[in-house]
Ligand binder design. Structure first.
Ligand code: ADP
Ligand code: ZN
Length: 626
């Protein structure tokens, strides 16, 4: 959403001049996105609303901004403590008076917040649905005169959604207790059916329904047939060295073994799943937020509370169980609006495993038989939509948009494997296969994939010179490809059984009967274009780095990490990547110029202006203190 296209070129749509003032002063943004303008106007008018915006669309601003304009105290209902904490941290970074009331707090902390609330000091109070109904909080809110409630992740109220939370049902009570207040529902994933359900469950009164475009143009989607989970994970991560990445696995065990493997390769990775104790989970989340690790290898338990906006890669090593889940999990990439990649390793075996899992868990539940049937049918439908997405050779952006009820059009998106032409089969597959097979024969079936590929590439390695392989007729035949591409092609032949391989530590590639059939021309071969090193840069990728001094950007990131450490806060709450790239692009030389960079408001200027201007000028800033 952010960064590209029409969304940020539109002018402030709302009529109230105070909006622009507040937006610039607190956030350092110069305009609202169109849907934000409408949502904020509805909030200021006290009109109920249902806002459906994809992750990264900028929902939070829609409920954060109005209370500053009105000087009111508003309430936000959020499903998870981690989510609330992150938001409060981010708001505190800009000096915004907000607090969260949740179960993880001591009695004293809660009392302190209630006092601030009663004194009218808070503009926003975050709380969980169960807390709202089970405590005397409602009375206090009534006394303070709360007039606006925002429900975050509102799809949790719907049984048709993919993440139903029974405690959300109690929110219908707000309407009865606060007939004068307006209610605003926010969600990132809602099919039309879920949307209607949200409005009905919350008793919304003639709500302003605002539905954003689901498409996330800054995300590049790729689906890759899974052949080697670890190898392919390493390959994809290789495109994102030093960048924030989330790798999703289905089982807890997988997350642990894969994380260990990545760590052995020198990647700063840790596992995350619901079976780890709370302390460990917290440590990992914290390390990720503070950028001391780059990669979290996780089950889907990870993510709801992760607001790190600079996630550049979301990799699924197995099939998610619905497109809703996929949209939500991939939605965690590129929330700062900068280019990011979403890769799905697909194997049809996953569909079978899910099907039996769905059946088993439904049967083991204490649901009535007809409910079991309905549940299984519903989940199978979700699963098959997911499978169709993975198997279809059509634009991923179009497929996702249309699933969520929005036509996409037929223009190539320039940000998916299909439109970028990465999924095509190699034009001269059979000839390339013959070259590879014949090279295996020339080296006497005594070498591994790497060496064979080096010969084909025409590399001048010691091994090649020692064995005189630079004199072979196949030497340099595939010099047009890079090393990993040739290896990938050889692996495809192995996978198809067109080459053999010995076991052991140092497997050697061998010929079999079918190899000879290919060589003699009696057997056509289809090879996929190797992706390795051949993924194409998307337009967003190029645009987002346009004019950015990468060296300065990296120095700013390192500094941000130190500031985050000193303050004990997630790094992205200090500054997001977009702001840092803006600085590294525009290289402001004065406070006034710095203020013109998007994402820099008065508070950040006061807190960090001097340090940033130092760094832009090539000087080392003073060490950050708390
Ligand atoms: P959501 O909650 O919908 O996933 P966020 O509220 O986290 O999205 O916003 C996503 C990103 O967009 C954040 O980095 C935020 O700072 C940025 N953003 C939001 N509104 C604007 C705006 N009007 N101008 C520029 N950036 C914005
Ligand atoms: Zn496309």
């Amino acid at each position: 959403m952010a960064g590209h296209g029409a969304s940020e070129t539109a002018t402030v749509g709302a009529t109230d001049p105070r909006i622009a003032e507040v937006l610039a002063k607190w956030w350092g943004f110069d305009r609202l996105r169109p849907l934000q303008a409408d949502a904020i106007q509805a909030a200021l008018d006290g009109r109920d609303s249902l806002v459906v915006m994809p992750t990264g669309g900028g929902k939070s601003l829609c409920y954060q901004l109005p209370p500053l304009v009105n000087e009111s105290t508003d309430v936000v209902i959020s499903p998870l403590v981690a989510l609330m904490k992150d938001q409060v941290d981010a708001l505190e970074a800009i000096g915004y008076p907000a607090a969260a009331l949740h179960s993880g707090m001591s009695q004293e902390e809660r009392i302190a917040i209630r006092d601030r609330l009663a004194a009218g000091e808070l503009r926003l109070l975050f709380t969980a649905p169960e807390r709202l109904v089970n405590t005397g909080l409602l009375d206090l809110l009534a006394r303070v005169g709360v007039r606006r409630f925002s429900i975050d992740e509102a799809h949790c109220i719907s049984q048709w959604g993919h993440d139903f939370r029974p405690e959300y049902r109690q929110l219908s009570l707000l309407r009865e207790r606060f007939p004068q207040a307006s209610v605003h529902a926010f969600t990132a994933t809602a099919t039309p059916r879920v949307r209607d359900d949200i409005a009905a469950q919350l008793n919304l009164r003639d709500p302003e329904v605002l539905v954003g475009t689901f498409d996330r143009p800054n995300l590049c989607y790729r689906v890759v047939p899974r052949t080697d989970r670890t190898g392919q994970t390493l390959e994809v991560l290789g495109r994102h060295r030093g960048e924030a990445s989330i790798v999703y696995c289905i089982s807890r065990k997988e997350t642990e073994s894969l994380a260990a493997r990545l760590a052995a390769e020198g990647i700063l990775a840790r596992p995350y799943h619901a079976g780890l104790d709370a302390k460990q989970r917290h440590k990992t989340q914290d390390a990720f937020a503070r950028e001391t690790i780059d990669v979290v290898v996780a089950t889907v338990a990870f993510g709801m509370g992760i607001d790190r906006s600079d996630v550049r890669l979301v990799l699924h090593t197995s099939l998610p169980k619905s497109l809703e889940a996929y949209q939500q999990e991939t939605g965690r990439a590129g929330r700062d609006g900068l280019a990011a990649e979403c890769v799905l390793l697909y194997s049809s075996a996953d569909v079978f495993s899910w099907e039996s899992l769905v059946r088993k868990s439904a049967e083991e539940s204490d649901l009535e038989p007809d409910e079991v049937v309905r549940l299984v049918a519903g989940q199978t439908e979700h699963l098959h939509a997911m499978r169709r997405y993975a198997q279809a050779a059509r634009c991923r952006h179009a497929a996702l948009s249309e699933y969520f009820g929005q036509p996409y059009g037929t223009e190539p998106c320039n940000a998916c494997d299909v439109c970028l032409g990465e999924t095509e089969s190699l034009a001269d597959s059979t000839v390339v296969a013959q070259k590879i097979i014949s090279c295996v024969a020339r080296v006497g079936e005594r070498f591994g994939v790497r060496h064979v590929a080096e010969v084909l590439r025409g590399a001048k390695t010691d091994g090649i010179q020692r064995h005189g392989h630079d004199r072979l007729s196949t030497f340099g035949l595939l010099a047009a490809f890079d090393q990993r591409a040739v290896e990938n092609l050889a692996h495809q032949l192995l996978d198809q059984g067109l080459l053999g391989r010995t076991g052991g530590d140092r497997p050697v590639v061998t010929l079999n009967e079918r190899s000879w059939e290919v060589l003699k021309g009696g057997r056509p071969v289809v090879l996929l274009e190797p992706r390795t090193g051949r993924t194409k840069a998307t337009k967003a990728d190029v645009d987002d780095w346009q004019g950015v001094d990468r060296d300065l950007f990296e120095r700013l990131r390192a500094w941000r990490r130190r500031v985050a450490d000193a303050r004990g806060k997630p790094a992205w709450t200090i500054f997001d990547d977009k702001a840092l790239r803006g600085i590294a692009r525009e290289k402001p030389a004065s406070p006034a110029a710095l203020l013109r960079v998007k994402g820099i408001g008065e508070k950040r200027l006061a807190d960090f202006g001097a340090a940033i201007l130092d760094m832009v000028a090539g000087k080392e800033p003073d060490e950050p203190t708390e």
